[in-house]
Design a protein around this ligand. Structure first.
Ligand code: NI
Length: 162
């Protein structure tokens, strides 16, 4: 079973590598990421969060099929933005309102390397953007104001040391 990497580990702030081999190891990674996400009640998970620096993320919104994005590119984002309270499995117990584009278009390949594109809005667009950021080493705390981040991080360090 893969454990979830928490804030402070280098892999979370590094740019992840493109997937070049579509094989059983990749399927196994996706399967194990799904297990870890379900176990921790997440709606999405990126490979760096299980310590694997690859451009892979999954989205599993309640009642919807699991979506797998490999080597994704967000090709368009709406000018309209929205604010929504986000959490992150790498920051247990921390939630903030984050402003992001309300809708995006994304291209990626699936676990067999087959390309697809999709448009997303609402919660799906939200989770896609959060997980996509993880592949570039960008965390949700990087998307809030410095003052808010300082307060949140002080709170997070206290919680993690308890
Ligand atoms: Ni996250």
């Amino acid at each position: 079973m893969l454990g979830i990497v928490k804030y402070g580990e280098l892999v979370l702030t590094q740019k992840a590598n493109e997937v070049t081999e579509f094989n059983l190891n990749l399927e196994k990674l996706v399967f194990e990421m799904h297990d870890a996400m379900v176990r921790d009640h997440g709606m999405g998970l990126a490979a760096p969060q299980v310590g694997v620096s690859l451009r892979v993320f999954i989205v599993g919104i309640d009642g919807e099929p699991l979506r797998v994005f490999i080597n994704p590119k967000i090709t368009a984002a709406s000018e309209e933005t929205s604010e929504y309270e986000e959490g992150c499995l790498s920051f247990p117990g921390l939630y903030f309102n984050v402003t992001r584009p309300s809708a995006v278009e994304i291209e990626a390949v699936d676990v067999r390397g087959k390309p697809f594109k999709m448009s997303a809005d609402g919660i799906l667009a939200r989770v896609i953007q959060h997980e996509y950021d993880h592949l570039d080493g960008v965390l949700f705390i990087d998307r809030i104001s410095p003052a808010k981040r300082r307060r949140a991080m002080a709170h997070f360090s206290r919680m993690m040391s308890m």
